[in-house]
Ligand binder design. Structure first.
Ligand SMILES: Cc1ncc(C[n+]2csc(CCOP(=O)(O)OP(=O)(O)O)c2C)c(N)n1
Ligand code: SF4
Ligand SMILES: [Mg+2]
Length: 363
C-alpha cells in the first residue's frame, strides 16, 4: 500500500501592514516587523561574532520554517561557531555535513522522508527540509552536489548564506568575493593595488538559468520579511528551491557591528546586489526596485575591506553597479553615470559618503 505525502503550506507574512513604521530621510521604513512567530528554532547562546550576518539569516530562516523542520549545515562558520560536542543552538533536528556534501546530504534526507511516508513508516506530514551552506560551500567546493540536487528536483530548500569569503578558515577569497574586496588571499599591494581582481560569480543566476524548473531567489538580511517570505515560498514550492542571501561578516569585512542590516539595504540601493525572484511556472524574473539609488561609495566606504581602493577601482565598481541597474530595467540617474569616470573619485578613504543615521550607535 502507498500512503499520500501531505506537505505543509506556510502562509506568507504581510508586507503591507506596516504598523509603527518609522521612515528615514529616504522614506525607507526602518523598523517594520510584522507579527512574527515567537518560536526560535535557532536559539540564543551560540558563539558567532557580534553582528554576524549569517547568524541573523539563520534565525529568520528558521523562524519562518518553524518547528517541523530538518536542517543541515555544511562546514563553515555556521557549523563551527554554532556547535560544539553534544551542544547546538537548534531546537529542531540538525546535522553537519562535509563542506562539499550539503546538496547530496539534503537530497538523501528529502528522498528518505518521501519514501518513509509513502511506505507508511513515518506518519508525516513531510517536514520542511533545508540546508544553509556558506558561499565557499555553495558556490565553490560543494556547488556540484547542490546543482545535482536542484537538477533531480528533490523537495527541499537549498540556501547559500553569502558572506563573500571563506570566513571560518581566516577570511580567504571565495568565488563571491567582490572585485577589490581584500581577503587574506587577495591582499592589496604594489603589484595588485585593487586586491581581488575578479568580479563575483553570479551564483543565483547560474542556479536559475541552469535549473529552470526550480524556484530561485535572492535576498539580504536587510529585508527580514522578504527573507522570511522567500524561505516560505521556497519551502512551499514542491520540488527544489534555491535562495541566495547576502549576509555581512563583520570580522572579515571590518565594519561597525551595528551596521549589518544597514549594509543589507545599502548593497541593494547601490546596485551591487539585485534582489529578485525567479518563478519557474512563468519562467520569468521579478525584480525588486529599491526606492533609493546610491553611489557605490555609500556602501563601500563603510567597510575596511575596501579602504585601499583607488579612484579607478571605485569607478570600475560604479560601472558594474550601473550595468546591474540596466539589467533589472531601471534607469541610471545622470549623477551615477558620471561616477563611472575615475576623475570624479578620490581614494575611497578620502571620499565623502552618506552616513547612516545611527552610525556609531552600539559600536
Ligand atoms: C573539502 C574541504 N576543504 C576545506 C575545508 C576547510 N574549511 C572548513 S570551513 C571552511 C570555510 C568555508 O567557507 P564558507 O562555506 O564560505 O563558510 P563560512 O566559513 O564563510 O561561513 C573551509 C575552507 C574543509 N572543511 N573541507
Ligand atoms: S567570522 Fe563572520 S561569518 Fe564567522 S561568525 Fe564571525 S561574523 Fe559570522
Ligand atoms: Mg563564506
Amino acid at each position: 500500500m502507498t500512503y499520500e505525502v501531505i506537505r505543509h503550506q506556510l502562509p506568507l507574512f504581510d508586507e503591507d501592514g506596516r504598523a509603527g513604521a518609522t521612515d528615514d530621510e529616504h522614506g525607507r521604513d526602518l523598523y517594520y516587523l510584522p507579527d512574527l512567530p515567537e518560536e526560535d528554532p535557532y536559539a540564543a547562546g551560540h558563539r558567532t561574532c557580534a553582528g554576524c550576518g549569517p547568524a541573523i539569516q539563520y534565525r529568520w530562516v528558521l523562524k519562518a520554517a518553524g518547528q517541523d523542520t530538518v536542517v543541515a549545515g555544511p562546514t563553515g562558520c555556521m557549523y563551527v561557531a554554532n556547535s560544539t560536542y553534544l551542544c547546538t543552538p537548534y531546537t529542531v533536528p540538525w546535522a553537519h555535513t562535509p563542506i562539499a556534501s550539503g546538496g547530496s546530504f539534503t537530497s538523501g534526507v528529502a528522498a528518505g522522508y518521501e519514501a518513509m511516508i509513502r511506505k507508511g513508516r513515518y506518519p508525516g506530514p513531510y517536514p520542511n527540509i533545508l540546508v544553509m551552506a556558506g558561499d565557499g560551500s555553495a558556490s565553490d567546493i560543494g556547488i556540484g552536489s547542490i546543482s545535482g540536487a536542484l537538477y533531480r528536483n528533490h523537495d527541499a530548500l537549498f540556501i547559500c548564506y553569502d558572506n563573500e569569503c571563506y570566513a571560518n578558515t581566516g577570511i580567504q577569497v571565495s568565488p563571491t568575493t567582490p572585485y577589490a574586496g581584500m581577503t587574506t588571499f587577495t591582499p592589496f599591494g604594489k603589484a595588485i593595488p585593487e586586491g581581488n581582481k575578479l568580479p563575483p560569480k553570479n551564483l543565483a543566476k547560474m542556479m536559475a538559468e541552469g535549473h529552470p524548473h526550480c524556484y530561485v531567489a535572492t535576498t539580504t538580511v536587510g529585508y527580514p520579511v522578504d527573507l522570511m517570505n522567500k524561505t516560505r515560498k521556497g519551502l512551499n514550492h514542491v520540488g527544489a528551491a534555491f535562495l541566495h542571501c547576502y549576509t555581512p561578516c563583520q570580522k572579515g569585512w571590518v565594519y561597525q557591528t551595528s551596521m549589518t542590516v544597514e549594509l543589507g539595504r545599502r548593497v541593494v540601493e547601490s546596485g551591487l546586489w539585485p534582489v529578485w525572484e525567479y518563478d519557474p511556472a512563468e519562467r520569468q524574473y521579478h525584480y525588486f526596485y529599491p526606492p533609493v539609488q546610491r553611489p557605490v561609495t555609500d556602501y563601500l566606504a563603510m567597510q575596511g575591506r575596501f579602504g585601499h581602493m583607488l579612484p579607478e577601482h571605485v569607478a570600475t565598481m560604479q560601472v558594474g553597479a550601473n550595468r546591474n541597474w540596466e539589467a533589472i530595467g531601471m534607469d541610471v540617474p545622470a549623477p551615477l553615470r558620471d561616477l563611472e569616470d575615475p576623475g570624479r573619485h578620490q581614494r575611497l578613504k578620502d571620499e565623502e559618503y552618506s552616513m547612516p543615521l545611527n552610525r556609531g550607535a552600539g559600536a
